[in-house]
Every structure is written in structure tokens, then in C-alpha cells.
Write a protein that binds this ligand. Sequence first.
Ligand SMILES: [Zn+2]
Length: 451
Amino acid sequence: MYNLAIYYKNGEGTEKNLEKTFYWYQKAAENGDKEAIHNLAYKYYNGFGTEKNLEKAFYWYQKAAENGDKEAMNSLAICYQNGEGTEKNLEKAFYWYQKAAENENGDKEAMYNLASCYKNGDGTEKNLEKAFYWYQKASENGDKEAMYNLASYYKNGDGTEKNLEKAFYWYQKAAENGIKEAMNNLANQYYNGFGTEKNLEKAFYWYQKAAENGYKKAMHNLANRYYNGFETEKNLEKAFYWYQKAAENGDKEAMHNLAYQYYNGFGTEKNLEKAFYWYQKAAENGNELAMNDLALCYKNGKGIEKNLEKAFYWYQKATENSKMTSKDSNNNKLCKECKQSYINYNWCQKCNTKRFQQNFSKWTSENEFIDKFIQEAQLNAKSNYEVLEWIPYDQLENISYYDKGGFSEIYKAIWLDGPIDSWNCNKQQWNRWKSQIVMRLFLKILIIHQV
Ligand SMILES: [Zn+2]
């Protein structure tokens, strides 16, 4: 019966007929033929020769698994992991992956999946050593996804000792097997001389391979190399081509660079509308440089109608953004005076408290309560956002009525110096945000309001 099914499948001695193939698989399966059971499950799972039916696929995979078919065990585990044809059950998925992997001549896919369970803590406790062990097993059995993961474990020292040579070895294996992420990583290894001799030509070769295989970071990388003429001849057309590819794949820096090439007519015809389109895309995706450029487009009416409000909006966005990114990168910096680490963006509370204290005698609101209130805020400020300051009238410009508040009338004005940002060691004075609009309550309680 099983053979009959095969004849129909391959069209040997008869016409190819998937329905009949299926019919005879079913017959054979019902009679306990192991191969047939597996095939039947596979056909139900994928809807080949019959309607897709996950419950039946699950039923037959289970039969096959119980018969010791290790590939079926892996498939059964996948059903459990995804809740296909049965209820999702990560513990059972883990159980069957393990069964299939540990089997004599274990199933390599199951080994890979078992490693992933250990990596993510699915159906078992997270265990990087065991994940490493099974990635290695799967790799040795020729699973290419596992090779890539194994390389990364060696590179980062996850679950094993860091070993750049071995990382290089497995990245190469995975890359040669067509894993695009591995191609990019292999290029990085060559580029930096990690685990192998530095070789810029080979780095370029593998970046190109990765890009051609659709890896977007590599596309961007490759474009940069063509643009700058690094490791290859400068070629603005090719740079344009790869920026475009990367941009279409959602790489925001590439979007910005693509816009720049359109704007200047580099490697393509000058096209301000398209430049605007990509500046906007990049800006909306959070690229700070693009925000500035987009503001310029709006300000000067390039590729879009002049619109000062929108220009202002995007300048503002860019400023906010750069503040956030510098905050991230400044967190581990040390205070230049006391050499202790900043608790916030360029903010040393110890030193700043001292500075504020020394200044207490140099200003007053002429109201004891308000003075105390502001002093306390200054002593406790853990970032520039928490500082209150007394602003003398002569520091305000364009004072105008704004609104009625709960306790008072509120006036709006421009604060010429602007609020404190951070201490400037070289100049021994505060860096300030220039000309901020502030609100001043008539009761002389001051609220700094950054608009
Ligand atoms: Zn300090």
C-alpha cells in the first residue's frame, strides 16, 4: 500500500495523482506502516493531497512519535509549541524535542529547537550552558541555523568561554550555508580582525553577499562603503542603489542618506520631492539628522511648500531627540571635578548642590517662603529638569498676560538666559537653554515651563 502511494506520488507506471497518493498513505497508515503514518501527518499538516487539518496532523504525528519516529517527535513538539491541532503546551513541546534530540542519531532540527527552549526558558528553565551544548550538537549534525547561534554564543561568551576563533569558524560555516546574518557577522569578523586575520577585501565580499541575500544592515554598510570609497572604488550610483534597498527595508539611517543623495543629485538625478519624502520617512522613524533636514526643507520650501510651523515643529523634535540620546550616552560619565559618576545627564548632585548653596545669597524673591521653596528644590535636584530658579525681572522680555491661574494671574515672558542644562567646567558657569518661554505667576511663585 505504501509503495502504491509512492507510485502515485512520483507518477511511476501510472499518472501522478495526489488524491490517490493520499488515499493509499491513509490505508497504509491505518495498517500501521511507519513511513506512511509520518507522511500522512505531514500531508494533513501542509494540506497536500487533502485539506489541511491540524487536528489529524497532530493525531498522526503523535502515533508516529510513539512509534519512535524522531522526525515526527520534532513535528509533534512543534504542534505543542504553536498550539497547532492541540492545546499549546511548552512543557510537552520541550519533552518531545528532548526525546527527538537525545535519540540515537538524534534529529538535528530537534536539537536546534531544544537549544532554543533552553535559550528562552520555554517549557524548562533557562540554561545557556545547555543551549550552547545543543546548538553545538545541532551544528555538528549540519543544522545551519544552529551554526549561526553557536557562533554568536562563542562570540559573546554565552554558556561557554568566549572564543573568537571558534566564533569565526562557525560564522563562516553558517555563511557558506546561506545564513545571511552569519554573512554579515563574518564580514564584521574580517573587518575587525576578530578570530582571524583582518582582511578588508573579504569583509567587503561578505557584506556584499549578505546585502544581496537581503540583510538590511549589510545593505546600509555596503552603501556606506561605495559612498566613501572604502575597500572598493567610490561609486555613488551603487551607493544610491544600496541606500535605496536598505531604506525600502526600513533602515532609517539609510533613508536619511538616500534623501541626501536625491537632494544633491548624487548617484541619481536631483529630485527634491523624493528627497523630502525620504527625509520625512527617516524623521518619522526617529532619525535626528533627518529631523533637522526636514525642518530645513519646510523652512526653505524645498520639495514641499514652505511651512514655518512645521519647520519649527521638526527643529523642536530634533532638539528633544538629541537631548535624549546624549542622556543615554552620558549616564556612565564621571564628573570632571569630583570624579564620581553623574547620576543623570551631566548631573553631579554633590557638586551642583554646593554650587547652588554658594549662590543662595546672590538672589532673593523678597519672600522668605518662596526663597526657601526654591532653595530646597535646588538642593534636591537630581537632574536639570528638577531645578527651580528665581528669575529677576530684568532677565525677562516680552512679558504678557497669559491666563488666570488658581491663585493668581499668570504672565508669559521670554527668559533671556534660559534654564540650567549642566555645569560647564571650562567656563565655570552653567550651560543654559537660551531664550525659553516661561510662565510667571503674579504671586512671584515661579514655574519654569519649557514650551
Ligand atoms: Zn562632582
